[in-house]
Design a protein around this ligand. Structure first.
Ligand SMILES: [Zn+2]
Length: 505
């Protein structure tokens, strides 16, 4: 018999969810890349001076004048490519670069009255440069003072993570009362999952910290065993040990571990896990070019406001607190992370950032595995929350993937919540039925309306509810994250009749 229990609520976490922190959506990133290529640095105004100067230095000095760096990350080639058409969007640019690279083809750019031919190697280096700039831009944007994010802006996300943590503890206690077996998914799997289409690890880092606080001071279940909460990435990812002094490989917790630890014959502690997937890759993660393992850098210390979770920058002042730890890392620097498996040095261009792109050849096993897992989560969900994720259905890959993964789900039962942002409808509360249609009709050509229209194409209208106050406001009340609102967001009573904790028959 196939596994019966899956997370009931699946949250699709998109760029809109972290906009309030200063992170950019892809269209905004593209606009900034275009500006950078024209040496327009007006977007640096108002930011910390040290950071701004460092960012400028990266672009005008290191990426242009440093003979070694400029060859690896070819900014001039990237500029030549995008200057031929400044209407390119990020999807098209990635797809075009991938197609050229896959076919080992160069690029002809007509510039300043003559053609300039870029050989295939330079196209490859242009793509590396694009990925690097995206990463550096996002790392730069999130920093308030060098090395740290803004405490006030981050607070709602931290509180949200703490409430999710509390809910998963309550769920454990109730599931125990109901007699769900601890070594089965029915007990150990969280009733929510997160699929992040963002490259930033903000939600993950907040959850890690919230879980850690509870794990250090754990609730005890009835027989006195300590309850601890972890996250499952949907694929095996490892890092060098955080905390400890000994070198060694540290693994993210997964289901086999849950089964083993929760084994009734060997009682030691009880763990639960939740799925959190990054199908488009994540800053600070790398695929080792030698052994092919998937690794992640994490931070060197547990500071929830530290930007270290974004991984090392190639320029020290852009990630001030990063410490290279191994001997090799100290020699190579420039964003180096040593693979804990084979000792090979990985660089920022070993990061597998993708945006859904039509190029089929570019398959990375880890990402393929995540895609499968993501499909299963969607297929088995009872409630899907579009949290600032705009569902770009003009991208045919996204559309076909969505349609095929929920095609096996009974659409009359599958419920859907859309959180988006529209200044004018910020205080309108929940929209449903005709109010949604009316909104879409009135607000033509606005991205929120487009997103909602796309979702109405897939889900029956009566199963959709929409809120336009955005994240984090949708779960805030009097300046604080409200537990009641989080519960209503994830487990609304109109969808889950028995309320929270969810019933698992
Ligand atoms: Zn390796």
């Amino acid at each position: 018999m196939p596994e019966k229990y899956w997370p009931e609520t699946v949250i699709l976490w998109g760029a809109g969810a972290t906009k309030s922190l200063g992170l950019h959506a892809t269209n905004e990133l593209m606009r900034l890349v275009l500006k950078i290529s024209k040496k327009d640095f007006s977007f640096l105004n108002g930011k910390d001076e040290k950071l701004s100067n460092a960012f400028k230095k990266l672009i005008v000095e290191d990426l242009i004048k440093d003979t070694k760096i400029s060859k690896i990350y070819d900014l001039k080639a990237l500029e030549a490519i995008i200057s031929t058409n400044d209407k390119l969007n990020m999807h098209e640019l990635f797809t075009m670069l991938d197609q050229l690279i896959d076919n080992n083809m160069g690029f002809n750019a007509f510039l300043h009255g003559k053609t300039q031919f870029l050989r295939a190697e330079r196209v490859q280096a242009a793509k590396r440069c694009l990925i690097l700039i995206i990463e550096e831009l996002e790392r730069f944007s999130i920093q308030n003072t060098p090395g740290y994010t803004d405490r006030e802006k981050m607070e709602p996300y931290y509180q949200f993570a703490k409430i999710l943590t509390e809910l998963m503890i309550e769920e454990a206690q109730e599931f125990e009362n109901r007699g769900y077996r601890r070594d089965t998914r029915r007990f150990y799997l969280y009733s929510y999952a997160i699929i992040s289409f963002n490259w930033d690890p903000i939600i993950l880092w907040n959850l890690f910290n919230a879980h850690k606080e509870k794990n250090q001071n754990p609730v005890k279940l009835k027989d006195g065993l300590k309850l601890q909460l972890y996250d499952d990435f949907g694929t095996q990812i490892s890092s060098a040990q955080l905390d400890g002094n000994e070198s060694g490989i540290w693994y993210v917790t997964d289901e086999p571990q849950c089964k083993g630890i929760n084994d009734y014959n060997y009682p030691s502690r009880i763990i639960r896990i939740g799925k959190i997937l990054f199908p488009h890759g994540m800053f600070g993660s790398r695929i080792c070019p030698e052994c092919g393992k998937s690794i992640i850098s994490f931070a060197k210390k547990w500071n929830r406001l530290s930007t270290e979770i974004f991984g090392p920058s190639i320029l020290k002042p852009l990630q001030k607190n990063w410490r290279y730890t191994t001997q090799k890392e100290k020699i190579y620097k420039r964003g180096a992370i040593e693979c804990p498996y084979c000792g090979q040095i990985t660089y920022p261009y070993d990061m597998t950032l993708i945006i859904q792109s039509l190029s089929k050849k570019r398959s990375v096993p880890t990402l393929e595995e995540l895609k499968t897992e993501m499909g299963l989560l969607m297929k088995n969900a009872k409630h899907i929350v579009f949290a600032g994720y705009s569902l770009p259905l003009d991208d045919i890959m996204v559309k076909t993937f969505f349609m095929s993964s929920i095609s096996g789900n009974d659409k009359n039962k599958l419920k859907c919540t859309v959180i988006n942002y529209d200044e004018e409808y910020r205080e309108s509360g929940w929209l449903s039925g005709n109010n949604i249609l009316e909104y879409v009709k009135k607000s033509k050509n606005n991205s929120a309306a487009e997103c909602i229209e796309n979702i109405c194409d897939i889900f029956p209208l009566e199963n959709i509810r929409v809120n336009l106050s955005g994240i984090p406001d949708v779960f805030m009340e009097d300046g604080k994250c409200s537990k009641k609102k989080v519960m209503d967001l994830l487990y609304p009573e109109e969808y889950f009749k028995e309320g929270f904790p969810i019933y698992r028959d």
